[in-house]
Design a protein around this ligand. Structure first.
Ligand code: BTN
Length: 321
């Protein structure tokens, strides 16, 4: 499609002026059809400056999702080797649940520019405004049935932390079990959902949903949430960050398959900024204050209660005090 080709070319020369005639010659079309294509790209929300009699410039701030840019930066063997980009969807996790999973390859990824009912943990909404974040879900087909899905959340948290650190050169901390923080504010949430086998109540398929704020943060969340742009000033990096997250995830997952769980947990713990902090534990039907000590070999959080009891928390949530 001419539109994709022109956008990709402008993106490769991002911030520079490309002559209309050059584009027309390159793609074997008239200058009028380039002009029409540029207008259509602008209507799609691309930030293109038209400089009369000279050419077109894709602004450095442009952050549209471009399939070929993601592909160019991917170095995986299966994660994201097949992916789809949707302009709008209710929820990428929900989308995968509604597909015939047998027809999709292991590692299939769905990415959305906007979610109308993005889901967080415990039924909470995940605000997913158009163009303001990375909203994606990875389909994982497991070799053996699994009862504990927490390790996959941990792998995803490690992958996101590493990807942010590489692409943005900024430390990305982890809050047990599924949140990534920058400078003390949440930048990413992870929602792991299992597709259970009917008879065994164990799962053979996992849907890993990642939501990373990259742009604007809605007013009501400004005190507790941040974005890549707010924390680092970086713009226009969604495609690169998506590819890097998928690259890192495949590497961590490969370590898990090679029984290198200790290495994964060591990295996870190295970014766990809540160690030594006082927290409020919300665990099934009990709530208590405790101090975080570490995570154990299974990724459960080890805390010391105010009565000096040591507890390993496998489920539930913590709130920083
Ligand atoms: C949380 O913070 O509680 C988890 C948020 C997970 C959000 C992501 S965005 C992509 C995927 N689709 C969803 O509906 N949710 C996850």
């Amino acid at each position: 499609m001419l539109k994709n080709k022109v956008l990709y070319y402008l993106n490769q020369n991002k911030g520079e002026v490309v002559a209309g005639g050059e584009l027309a010659k390159m793609f074997g079309v008239s200058r009028t059809s380039i002009w029409k294509t540029i207008n259509a790209l602008k209507e799609d929300g691309n930030q293109i400056e038209s400089i009369p009699n000279i050419g077109y410039k894709l602004l450095l701030t442009n952050d549209t999702l471009i399939e070929q840019v993601i592909v160019d930066n991917l170095s995986t063997d299966f994660v994201g080797c097949s992916f789809t980009i949707l302009p709008t969807i209710n929820s990428t996790n929900q989308y995968l649940k509604e597909q015939d999973i047998d027809m999709l390859p292991n590692g299939f990824v769905v990415i959305a520019d906007e979610q109308l009912s993005g889901k967080g943990r415990r039924g909470r909404p995940f605000i997913s405004k158009k163009g303001q974040g990375i909203y994606l879900s990875i389909l994982l087909k497991l070799d053996k049935l699994q009862q504990d899905t927490r390790i996959f959340t941990i792998c995803a948290a490690v992958a996101v932390s590493r990807a942010i650190e590489k692409v943005c050169n900024k430390k990305a901390d982890i809050k047990w079990v599924n949140d990534i923080f920058i400078d003390g504010k949440k930048v990413c949430g992870i929602l792991t959902e299992a597709v259970l086998s009917a008879e065994l109540q164990e799962c053979s398929t996992i849907i890993l949903g990642l939501g990373i704020n990259t742009g604007e943060i809605v007013d009501e969340l400004k005190d507790i949430a941040t974005s890549i742009n707010k924390a680092t000033g970086l713009v226009g990096i969604r495609n690169l960050l998506i590819a890097q997250v998928l690259n890192e995830f495949e590497k961590v997952y490969a370590d898990y398959l090679k029984n290198k769980k200790t290495e994964i947990l060591d990295y996870y713990q190295s970014r766990l900024f809540i160690i030594g902090n006082k927290v409020l534990v919300n665990n099934l039907n009990e709530q208590y204050k405790a101090t975080v000590l570490k995570i154990d070999d299974n990724g459960a959080l080890v805390v010391k209660t105010e009565l000096s009891e040591i507890k390993n928390i496998s489920y539930g949530e913590i709130q920083l005090l």
